[in-house]
Design a protein around this ligand. Structure first.
Ligand code: HEC
Length: 118
């Protein structure tokens, strides 16, 4: 009796540890990415599925699929204010992402990884 209870208890402990270990250090934080996109009005010009003024994030993810430089390129795109071409043909500087604290690379990286995961 005590022996089998012990067995159950240790099985429970092992599965509890397993659950704690799933969201490992570098897992994508989707909620944080969405929140940052929202705060920065990215979603005013972008949607996940549909093109708005800017391309759908699904399309962006597809375009950069398997490209080793995708992450670095998109980090540059949303931090440098490079020229962006709008559907009506005019060009303006693309929005620069704002984080708190400023220029927090971990948050910017997470946002880009989220876009690339669409
Ligand atoms: C005022 C509208 C507008 C806002 C706000 C905006 N974007 Fe864009 N975005 C665009 C347009 C237009 C393009 C297309 C640029 C081009 O193809 O020249 C674009 C392109 C992109 C691309 C694709 C770049 C590539 O190389 O293919 C990404 C990724 C992106 N935006 C992310 C973001 C993020 C993240 C934010 C918020 C920090 C944001 N955008 C805010 C209009 C906007």
């Amino acid at each position: 009796m005590t022996h089998s209870l012990k067995k159950v208890a240790s099985a429970l402990m092992i599965s509890a540890c397993g659950m704690l270990m799933v969201p490992a250090a570098h897992a994508l934080d989707e909620e944080a990415a969405r929140a940052l996109a929202k705060q920065n009005n990215c979603l005013k010009c972008h949607a996940i599925e549909k093109d708005k003024d800017g391309p759908a994030y699904k399309k962006v993810a597809e375009k950069y699929k398997g490209k080793a430089t995708a992450e670095a390129h998109l980090i540059d795109h949303i931090t440098s204010g490079e020229k962006a071409k709008f559907p009506d043909g005019h060009e303006e500087e693309h929005k620069i992402v704002k984080t708190s604290p400023p220029k927090d690379m971990a948050q910017i990286k997470n946002l880009v990884q989220w876009i690339l995961a669409q």
